[in-house]
Design a protein around this ligand. Structure first.
Ligand code: APR
Length: 229
């Protein structure tokens, strides 16, 4: 059975990382226009670098939870039948053993030069003064996808959705496209669709089945079902 899994901030919530749209989430405390847009970065690069330095520090201090571990187990047991796509920029899937992980919104652990497009591993703390390692231009940025920018690997994701038998969304509000539309692509290709979320997301009605609860309960139970345990 070919499975595509899409995860969002909710799968890392029990690891202590902030979500965006829950009460007290990042976009309840910060203006996303200042911190997650190219315009915001152009206005105040130091503010944006500091925001992502804080999130990188939090991600390094966090530990994968049973939901990340269960998805890694599923991937190990099912090889290339499982495509794991995440909107998250933390590395908890990788640290739980998942490989490959498609980071459609990029990663806290990558740096990107806005001038020449060069990419390199991000230092723990990115500073304005750190020029680009290739062209020397100033203010390199975190290699993350901001609002108004094109998410990564959409062709690969669409191809996987077109041929999957099951699409599962975990810990995402379904508020942001194109990820929020993956359920439609999967359904149109005849796949079954399942939402595993603390509470029904914005696209809940598009899913065949929805289970509400914390990811660290729902995901291991679901993986055990799939693995026939
Ligand atoms: N277990 C399962 N789901 C949870 C948990 C939990 N412990 N805690 C919260 N959730 C759910 C919330 O109910 C919510 O539906 O996770 C979802 C988190 O939604 P958002 O905060 O909107 O995060 P996400 O869906 O990943 O956001 C998508 O928006 O700002 C952009 O680029 C950012 O990738 C992000 C995108």
């Amino acid at each position: 059975m070919r499975i595509v899994i899409l995860t969002g901030a909710g799968i890392s919530a029990e690891s202590g990382l902030d979500t965006f749209r829950d009460a007290g989430g990042l976009w309840a405390r910060h203006d996303l226009a200042d911190l997650a847009t190219p315009e915001g970065f152009a206005r105040d690069p130091a503010l944006v670098l500091d925001f992502y330095n804080q999130r990188r520090r939090a991600a390094c201090a966090a530990k994968p939870n049973p939901a990340h571990a269960a998805l890694a187990r599923l991937q190990k047991d099912n090889g290339d039948q499982v495509t794991l796509v995440t909107q998250n920029i933390d590395d908890l899937h990788e640290r739980a053993g998942s490989d490959p992980v498609i980071h459609m919104h990029g990663s806290l652990f990558g740096a990107l030069c806005g001038a020449c497009g060069h990419r390199w591993p991000a230092p723990k703390v990115m500073r304005l003064a750190d020029g680009c390692q290739a062209c020397g231009a100033g203010s390199p940025r975190p290699d993350v996808v901001w609002f108004g920018e094109m998410p990564h690997q959409l062709d690969r994701i669409s191809a996987a959705l077109a041929r999957c038998d099951l699409f599962v969304a975990v810990g995402t509000s379904g508020a942001v496209y194109p990820a929020a539309g993956f359920v439609d692509l999967a359904r149109d290709s005849g796949a079954e669709t399942l939402e595993l979320n603390l509470e029904p997301g914005d696209r809940a009605s598009a899913f065949d089945t929805g289970r509400a609860g914390p990811a660290s309960d729902l995901v291991p139970a679901w993986v055990d079902e799939v693995l026939g345990r």
